[in-house]
Design a protein around this ligand. Structure first.
Ligand SMILES: NC(=O)c1ccc[n+]([C@@H]2O[C@H](COP(=O)([O-])OP(=O)(O)OC[C@H]3O[C@@H](n4cnc5c(N)ncnc54)[C@H](O)[C@@H]3O)[C@@H](O)[C@H]2O)c1
Length: 345
């Protein structure tokens, strides 16, 4: 028997309703100093998709910390521009340019060999290359293959190639896989992209667990989920201005990097400091925070949290797929967000 809209909604009993504790973090034990053991001067970062957008911003921001940067991309012109920017920050000897198509295993093996040959180890491996080719549920088969080959198998190729080396090297490392909110809440519009990013979430969760369970593996995995970021993928071109709702690639990357880098504050200071949120984020990552969900100027963190809970509620509470966009549930969803924000604010 189908549930009616009203009977499926039991606000006060649903474990998926936000409650006041949702907004607060547990007090976190103080940490020493502000330097992450992995994102650190002199360490090595490998970034795929570094020829533009978020990957380029990651390359320049990590260079500002004094890291050595290996940049990989299929777009050689983009790589040349990134090289120039990174070299200006950290010097030519600390930039390695390796044109790579991540969908091709032999090219990824070449990338690993080059980096280890030059620098002997890797601290940050950022799987960021991605495309936004469009495929709907029953059209665009070519786009489905392309997108899966880059967004999914690109990461699988890199993981399969690098992780055995990362596990056996002396110093710790982290793997950052770039996912998307579209892989979590699955908004209609590009089924192929959403499916590829849902797969990235799933494989990164599996990776984190497997690394945790591997004795002596000093490697962690993290899912980096940008908000709306103004890059080539989302329509940026030299002449167009960034829409007010989007963040720049630099803002998105800084949000992630600051999570690890801002010196920890004592708990007492945190409670009255404007840096409270950032320092709490920092401590969560130090404690192994896995999901790094980035806001933008249009979607604040609390709205993301509520949308994610609603999406989980479709499954747990037996609503139709993607009920957020279902005509019978739209009003209910909007009310849920209103109520949820009232509780969280
Ligand atoms: N821009 C956003 O709003 C947004 C939001 C969520 C997630 N993301 C993700 O962030 C990542 C970076 O995207 P971006 O927004 O900076 O877009 P972008 O197009 O500027 O950067 C993507 C880069 O990946 C490279 N690339 C494409 N195919 C490749 C391949 N086969 N091998 C190697 N490199 C390849 C491209 O040449 C490009 O330089 C992607 O994984 C994207 O899905 C972006």
């Amino acid at each position: 028997m189908a549930l009616s809209v009203s009977s499926s909604r039991q606000p006060s009993h649903s474990p998926l309703r936000p409650n006041s504790s949702f907004a607060f973090e547990n007090p976190i034990s103080p940490v020493d100093g502000g330097v992450h053991p992995v994102i650190h001067e002199g360490k090595v970062a490998v970034i795929t998709g570094a020829g533009s957008g978020i990957g380029r911003a990651a390359a320049t921001e990590l260079a500002k910390i004094g890291m050595k940067i290996a940049i990989a991309d299929i777009n050689e012109e983009g790589l040349a521009e990134t090289r120039k920017e990174v070299a200006a920050i950290v010097g030519e000897p600390n930039v390695l340019v390796i044109p790579t198509d991540v969908s091709k295993l032999d090219e990824v093996v070449h990338l690993r060999d080059k980096v280890y040959e030059h620098w002997g180890e890797v601290s940050v491996l950022m799987n960021n290359a991605g495309i936004g080719a469009r495929g709907t549920s029953w059209s665009g088969l070519d786009a489905w293959h392309k997108i899966m080959n880059v967004n999914l198998f690109g990461i699988v190729n890199v993981q399969q190639t690098f992780v055995p080396s990362l596990i056996h090297q002396e110093n710790p490392a982290m793997i950052i896989n770039t996912g998307s909110k579209q892989g979590i809440t699955n908004p209609p519009g590009n089924a192929a992209y959403n499916a590829s990013k849902a797969a990235v979430k799933s494989l990164t969760e599996g990776l984190a667990h497997e690394l945790r369970e591997t004795p002596h593996a000093n490697v962690t995995a993290h899912l980096f989920v940008p908000g709306w970021t103004w890059t080539g993928m989302t329509g940026a071109s030299g002449v167009q201005e960034k829409p007010a709702g989007a963040w720049s690639a630099q803002e998105t990357v800084l949000y992630m990097v600051r999570i690890w880098r801002i010196p920890a504050l004592r708990l007492r200071d945190r409670l009255c400091s404007p840096l409270t949120l950032v320092s709490l984020q920092l401590d969560r990552v130090r404690e192994g925070k896995f999901y790094v969900i980035v806001p933008d100027n249009e979607t604040r963190r609390e709205v993301d949290q509520l949308r994610i809970m609603w999406a989980a509620g479709d499954v747990a509470e037996g609503r139709p797929a993607l009920s957020r966009w279902h005509k019978d549930y739209k009003a209910l969803f909007e009310e849920y967000i209103r109520d949820g924000l009232a509780i969280l604010d």
